[in-house]
Design a protein around this ligand. Structure first.
Ligand code: SF4
Length: 283
């Protein structure tokens, strides 16, 4: 699912002046999504796509974009909304179902016992369990119901933050893949918003009038994972003040990896010595 912890910052309804900016914004988002779909071969003829809907801004933006492309694209595909209900008392999946009904998108809610797990161990681990559970539930449902793809609403900022989180805390260079085939080969996850900026999506969802449904998680903003993610978000924002093109440069870097200029033996570096020996020497 897209970040279930994301909350809106734009509370008041848009004015006419605000709405005048919508066509240009929509065009930019659609162009970026179209580019990602083509480059990474995200959607094929006849696809049945399960769209993860958390009720947050990113998931609504994803639904809106895919539903627009469905009407315009030469490739025929189906979309179906899916919401994992984690059981947090303040989460209201019915509101998401109502919107889907209003706009004619089939939608289904799947229950998951995440609330109980999160309250048991309020440190870093619950977020890992939470994402694993959500993923497992989505994968099984997609497999059982014959969906060919699962679309998630992660955007460029999510990818950049994940890249830095892995770099700073995980000791690896990796981010969320734009297209991922599950280990057993039975699910394909796509992230069509991977090159869209979060701020654009927040504004787009607001201008389109989608309601933001808070996830109600007691750990939002206070788990170790969330606070680390926030740290990287703040860091990028601070750097952007002096390096305005930082996000587009980081995006280009992720698509332009010089494996031989890194230290990974699997990518052709340091072929004369073994990895363990190399790491030992590096301390
Ligand atoms: S804060 Fe962690 S546990 Fe709560 S919804 Fe977000 S990922 Fe799940």
């Amino acid at each position: 699912m897209s970040n279930p912890c994301a909350l809106p910052t734009l509370a008041a309804p848009p004015t006419e002046t605000d709405l005048a900016s919508l066509p240009k914004l929509e065009k930019r988002i659609l162009r970026r999504v179209g580019g990602a779909i083509q480059t990474y071969d995200l959607i094929s003829e006849g696809d049945r796509i399960l769209v993860g809907l958390s009720g947050g801004k990113d998931s609504w933006a994803l639904l809106e974009v895919l539903s627009t492309l469905q009407k315009r694209a030469p490739v025929k595909f189906q979309i179906h909304g899916i919401t994992v209900d984690p059981g947090f008392p303040n989460f209201d999946p019915d509101r998401i179902a109502e919107v889907c009904e209003e706009i004619g998108i089939p939608h289904h809610v799947l229950g998951a016992p995440i609330d109980a797990l999160v309250r048991q161990r309020p440190e870093e681990i619950p977020c890992i369990i939470c994402s694993r559970l959500r993923r497992g539930i989505l994968y099984s449902y997609a497999r059982q119901q014959g969906f060919t793809k699962i679309a998630l609403g992660h955007h460029l900022d999510d990818l950049l933050e994940t890249l830095l989180l892995n770099l700073f805390f995980g000791g690896k260079l990796a981010t969320m893949p734009v297209r991922l085939i599950s280990d057993d080969g039975s699910n394909t996850v796509i992230r069509p918003l991977a090159t869209c900026e979060e701020e654009d999506l927040r504004r787009f969802t607001w201008l389109k009038g989608y309601p933001i449904v808070p996830c109600g998680c007691p750990l939002c903003s206070c788990s170790v994972s969330e606070s680390r993610r926030k740290q990287t978000k703040v860091l990028i924002a601070q750097l952007k003040e002096n390096i305005p093109q930082i996000k587009s440069s980081m995006l280009r870097a992720m698509a332009n990896v010089k494996g031989s200029h890194l230290l990974d033996l699997n990518l052709g570096a340091l072929t004369a010595v073994g990895l363990d020996e190399a790491l030992e020497k590096l301390g």
